[in-house]
Design a protein around this ligand. Structure first.
Ligand code: SF4
Length: 258
Protein backbone atom coordinates (compact mmCIF):
# COMPACT_ATOMS: atom_id res chain seq x y z
CA UNK A 1 0.00 0.00 0.00
CA UNK A 2 1.38 3.43 -0.90
CA UNK A 3 0.99 6.86 0.62
CA UNK A 4 -1.95 8.85 -0.71
CA UNK A 5 -2.04 12.19 -2.50
CA UNK A 6 -5.33 13.64 -3.70
CA UNK A 7 -5.18 14.57 -7.37
CA UNK A 8 -8.16 16.93 -7.36
CA UNK A 9 -9.23 20.09 -5.54
CA UNK A 10 -12.57 18.51 -4.66
CA UNK A 11 -12.51 14.78 -4.01
CA UNK A 12 -14.96 12.08 -3.00
CA UNK A 13 -17.44 11.81 -1.45
CA UNK A 14 -15.69 9.26 0.72
CA UNK A 15 -16.83 7.44 3.84
CA UNK A 16 -14.84 9.01 6.64
CA UNK A 17 -14.22 6.99 9.79
CA UNK A 18 -14.99 10.01 11.94
CA UNK A 19 -17.21 12.34 9.94
CA UNK A 20 -19.60 10.25 7.87
CA UNK A 21 -19.97 10.81 4.11
CA UNK A 22 -17.46 13.53 3.37
CA UNK A 23 -16.72 15.66 0.33
CA UNK A 24 -13.05 16.59 0.57
CA UNK A 25 -11.54 19.94 -0.27
CA UNK A 26 -7.83 20.14 -1.05
CA UNK A 27 -6.39 23.67 -0.89
CA UNK A 28 -2.91 22.42 -1.70
CA UNK A 29 -1.11 21.24 -4.84
CA UNK A 30 -2.51 18.05 -6.37
CA UNK A 31 0.86 16.34 -6.79
CA UNK A 32 2.72 17.39 -3.67
CA UNK A 33 2.17 17.50 0.07
CA UNK A 34 2.66 20.95 1.59
CA UNK A 35 2.76 21.04 5.37
CA UNK A 36 4.66 22.73 8.17
CA UNK A 37 4.57 19.41 10.04
CA UNK A 38 6.08 16.18 8.77
CA UNK A 39 4.19 13.76 11.00
CA UNK A 40 5.69 10.31 11.26
CA UNK A 41 2.25 8.79 10.63
CA UNK A 42 1.26 11.06 7.71
CA UNK A 43 -0.71 9.19 5.05
CA UNK A 44 0.56 11.59 2.38
CA UNK A 45 4.13 10.39 2.96
CA UNK A 46 7.20 12.38 3.99
CA UNK A 47 7.72 16.03 3.03
CA UNK A 48 9.67 16.50 -0.17
CA UNK A 49 12.11 19.22 -1.06
CA UNK A 50 9.84 22.14 -1.97
CA UNK A 51 11.97 23.32 -4.89
CA UNK A 52 9.46 21.82 -7.33
CA UNK A 53 6.42 23.12 -5.49
CA UNK A 54 3.40 23.63 -7.71
CA UNK A 55 1.51 26.88 -7.36
CA UNK A 56 -1.31 26.63 -4.86
CA UNK A 57 -4.78 26.62 -6.42
CA UNK A 58 -6.43 30.04 -6.34
CA UNK A 59 -9.50 30.91 -4.28
CA UNK A 60 -11.46 31.19 -7.53
CA UNK A 61 -10.37 27.77 -8.80
CA UNK A 62 -11.41 26.18 -5.51
CA UNK A 63 -14.74 27.99 -5.48
CA UNK A 64 -15.50 27.01 -9.09
CA UNK A 65 -14.55 23.37 -8.51
CA UNK A 66 -16.75 23.13 -5.41
CA UNK A 67 -19.68 24.91 -7.05
CA UNK A 68 -19.58 22.52 -10.03
CA UNK A 69 -19.40 19.47 -7.77
CA UNK A 70 -22.21 20.58 -5.45
CA UNK A 71 -24.40 21.42 -8.45
CA UNK A 72 -23.79 17.97 -9.99
CA UNK A 73 -24.46 16.25 -6.68
CA UNK A 74 -27.67 18.16 -6.12
CA UNK A 75 -28.95 17.20 -9.58
CA UNK A 76 -28.03 13.55 -8.89
CA UNK A 77 -29.70 13.73 -5.43
CA UNK A 78 -26.40 12.59 -3.92
CA UNK A 79 -26.25 13.14 -0.15
CA UNK A 80 -23.27 14.00 2.04
CA UNK A 81 -22.84 14.77 5.74
CA UNK A 82 -19.91 17.12 5.61
CA UNK A 83 -17.55 19.17 3.43
CA UNK A 84 -14.07 18.65 4.86
CA UNK A 85 -10.96 20.78 4.40
CA UNK A 86 -8.32 18.06 4.27
CA UNK A 87 -6.15 17.01 1.32
CA UNK A 88 -2.43 17.15 0.71
CA UNK A 89 -1.20 19.02 3.75
CA UNK A 90 -2.17 21.82 6.10
CA UNK A 91 -5.13 23.85 4.74
CA UNK A 92 -4.49 26.95 6.87
CA UNK A 93 -1.19 27.51 5.03
CA UNK A 94 -3.20 28.72 2.02
CA UNK A 95 -2.86 32.54 2.04
CA UNK A 96 -6.54 32.91 1.08
CA UNK A 97 -7.81 30.45 3.69
CA UNK A 98 -10.24 32.90 5.28
CA UNK A 99 -11.79 33.89 1.94
CA UNK A 100 -12.05 30.24 0.89
CA UNK A 101 -13.90 29.40 4.13
CA UNK A 102 -16.26 32.28 3.36
CA UNK A 103 -16.90 30.89 -0.17
CA UNK A 104 -17.48 27.36 1.15
CA UNK A 105 -20.01 28.63 3.71
CA UNK A 106 -21.79 30.58 0.96
CA UNK A 107 -21.93 27.57 -1.40
CA UNK A 108 -22.96 25.18 1.36
CA UNK A 109 -25.83 27.51 2.36
CA UNK A 110 -26.90 27.83 -1.28
CA UNK A 111 -26.79 24.13 -2.26
CA UNK A 112 -26.87 21.95 0.87
CA UNK A 113 -27.65 24.01 3.98
CA UNK A 114 -27.94 20.93 6.24
CA UNK A 115 -24.33 19.84 5.51
CA UNK A 116 -21.61 20.63 8.04
CA UNK A 117 -18.24 22.19 7.24
CA UNK A 118 -15.18 20.65 8.90
CA UNK A 119 -11.54 21.76 8.94
CA UNK A 120 -8.78 19.34 9.93
CA UNK A 121 -5.82 21.45 11.00
CA UNK A 122 -2.54 20.93 12.83
CA UNK A 123 -3.21 24.07 14.92
CA UNK A 124 0.08 25.77 14.05
CA UNK A 125 -1.41 28.92 12.50
CA UNK A 126 -3.88 29.92 15.18
CA UNK A 127 -1.88 33.06 15.95
CA UNK A 128 -2.92 34.45 12.54
CA UNK A 129 -6.08 36.49 13.10
CA UNK A 130 -7.56 35.52 9.72
CA UNK A 131 -7.08 31.79 10.42
CA UNK A 132 -8.47 32.04 13.96
CA UNK A 133 -11.52 33.97 12.75
CA UNK A 134 -12.16 31.55 9.87
CA UNK A 135 -11.93 28.49 12.12
CA UNK A 136 -14.44 30.08 14.48
CA UNK A 137 -16.96 30.16 11.62
CA UNK A 138 -16.92 26.46 10.69
CA UNK A 139 -19.14 23.80 12.27
CA UNK A 140 -16.39 21.31 13.06
CA UNK A 141 -13.10 22.97 13.96
CA UNK A 142 -10.91 19.89 14.45
CA UNK A 143 -7.45 20.63 15.83
CA UNK A 144 -4.53 18.30 16.37
CA UNK A 145 -2.61 17.75 19.59
CA UNK A 146 -0.80 14.41 19.64
CA UNK A 147 1.20 14.95 22.82
CA UNK A 148 1.43 17.53 25.57
CA UNK A 149 5.13 16.77 26.03
CA UNK A 150 7.44 18.78 23.81
CA UNK A 151 10.04 16.08 23.13
CA UNK A 152 7.30 13.72 21.89
CA UNK A 153 5.66 16.49 19.85
CA UNK A 154 9.04 17.09 18.16
CA UNK A 155 9.50 13.39 17.30
CA UNK A 156 5.90 12.69 16.24
CA UNK A 157 5.03 15.85 14.35
CA UNK A 158 8.49 17.07 13.25
CA UNK A 159 7.35 20.73 13.11
CA UNK A 160 9.01 23.10 10.70
CA UNK A 161 9.35 26.30 12.70
CA UNK A 162 10.21 27.35 16.18
CA UNK A 163 6.91 26.81 17.99
CA UNK A 164 6.98 24.27 20.78
CA UNK A 165 4.01 22.39 22.12
CA UNK A 166 3.42 24.95 24.90
CA UNK A 167 2.91 27.62 22.21
CA UNK A 168 0.37 25.39 20.46
CA UNK A 169 -1.48 24.74 23.73
CA UNK A 170 -1.59 28.47 24.49
CA UNK A 171 -3.04 29.11 21.02
CA UNK A 172 -5.66 26.38 21.49
CA UNK A 173 -6.78 28.02 24.73
CA UNK A 174 -7.93 31.05 22.73
CA UNK A 175 -10.91 29.05 21.44
CA UNK A 176 -12.19 28.77 25.02
CA UNK A 177 -13.24 25.17 24.38
CA UNK A 178 -15.01 25.86 21.07
CA UNK A 179 -13.15 23.22 19.09
CA UNK A 180 -12.75 19.48 18.68
CA UNK A 181 -9.44 18.02 19.82
CA UNK A 182 -7.99 15.21 17.72
CA UNK A 183 -5.16 12.97 18.87
CA UNK A 184 -3.43 10.21 16.94
CA UNK A 185 -1.97 7.52 19.20
CA UNK A 186 0.91 5.43 17.88
CA UNK A 187 3.92 3.53 19.10
CA UNK A 188 7.00 2.08 17.44
CA UNK A 189 10.22 3.32 15.93
CA UNK A 190 11.27 6.29 13.83
CA UNK A 191 14.72 5.28 12.64
CA UNK A 192 16.46 4.35 15.85
CA UNK A 193 14.27 6.55 18.06
CA UNK A 194 11.45 4.88 19.96
CA UNK A 195 8.17 6.77 20.10
CA UNK A 196 5.06 6.02 22.14
CA UNK A 197 2.44 8.60 23.11
CA UNK A 198 0.41 6.05 25.09
CA UNK A 199 2.74 5.71 28.11
CA UNK A 200 1.46 6.59 31.59
CA UNK A 201 3.47 9.83 31.57
CA UNK A 202 2.08 10.81 28.15
CA UNK A 203 -1.52 10.09 29.06
CA UNK A 204 -1.26 11.86 32.41
CA UNK A 205 0.00 15.03 30.67
CA UNK A 206 -2.52 14.70 27.85
CA UNK A 207 -5.47 14.35 30.26
CA UNK A 208 -4.28 17.36 32.24
CA UNK A 209 -4.06 19.40 29.02
CA UNK A 210 -7.49 18.23 27.86
CA UNK A 211 -8.89 19.53 31.14
CA UNK A 212 -7.17 22.89 30.64
CA UNK A 213 -8.41 23.21 27.06
CA UNK A 214 -11.91 21.87 27.73
CA UNK A 215 -12.72 20.95 24.08
CA UNK A 216 -16.35 20.37 23.07
CA UNK A 217 -15.41 16.89 21.82
CA UNK A 218 -12.37 14.66 21.52
CA UNK A 219 -11.49 12.33 18.66
CA UNK A 220 -8.87 9.67 19.27
CA UNK A 221 -7.67 7.18 16.73
CA UNK A 222 -4.70 5.24 15.45
CA UNK A 223 -3.23 4.23 12.11
CA UNK A 224 -5.58 3.34 9.30
CA UNK A 225 -3.31 3.46 6.25
CA UNK A 226 0.39 3.16 5.57
CA UNK A 227 2.27 5.79 7.62
CA UNK A 228 5.25 7.84 6.42
CA UNK A 229 7.46 5.90 8.87
CA UNK A 230 7.04 2.17 8.49
CA UNK A 231 8.37 1.32 11.97
CA UNK A 232 5.14 2.55 13.58
CA UNK A 233 2.45 0.28 14.99
CA UNK A 234 -1.27 0.75 15.34
CA UNK A 235 -2.53 1.13 18.90
CA UNK A 236 -5.17 -1.45 19.82
CA UNK A 237 -8.85 -0.60 20.24
CA UNK A 238 -8.61 -1.78 23.85
CA UNK A 239 -5.83 0.72 24.58
CA UNK A 240 -7.69 3.56 22.85
CA UNK A 241 -10.78 2.79 24.93
CA UNK A 242 -8.67 2.74 28.08
CA UNK A 243 -7.32 6.22 27.17
CA UNK A 244 -10.83 7.46 26.36
CA UNK A 245 -12.09 6.31 29.77
CA UNK A 246 -9.56 8.61 31.46
CA UNK A 247 -11.23 11.71 30.00
CA UNK A 248 -14.79 10.36 29.88
CA UNK A 249 -14.70 10.28 33.66
CA UNK A 250 -14.57 14.09 33.50
CA UNK A 251 -17.67 14.00 31.25
CA UNK A 252 -15.87 14.70 27.95
CA UNK A 253 -17.47 13.30 24.81
CA UNK A 254 -14.93 11.04 23.13
CA UNK A 255 -15.14 9.41 19.72
CA UNK A 256 -12.78 6.44 19.47
CA UNK A 257 -11.99 5.27 15.95
CA UNK A 258 -10.07 2.03 15.70
S1 SF4 B 1 -0.29 17.75 9.87
FE1 SF4 B 1 -1.47 16.34 8.60
S2 SF4 B 1 -0.75 16.70 6.51
FE2 SF4 B 1 0.73 17.63 7.89
S3 SF4 B 1 2.31 16.09 8.14
FE3 SF4 B 1 0.84 15.86 9.83
S4 SF4 B 1 -0.65 14.33 9.13
FE4 SF4 B 1 0.49 15.05 7.32
Amino acid sequence: MANILFDQLVFGPIKSRRLGVSLGLNLLPTKLKVCNFDCVYCECGKNKNNSDIQALPSRLEIRNALETKLCDMMLAAEKIDVITFAGNGEPTLHPEFEGIVEDVIFLRDAFMPHVKIAVLSNATNLDKVSVFDALNRVDLNILKLDSAINRTYQVLNRPNGNKNVCDIIQDLKRFKGKFILQTMFVSGWVGNVEVDNTTDEEIENWVETVRELNPSRIMIYSLDREPAELGLKKVSAAKLNEIAAKVKKYSYKVLVTS
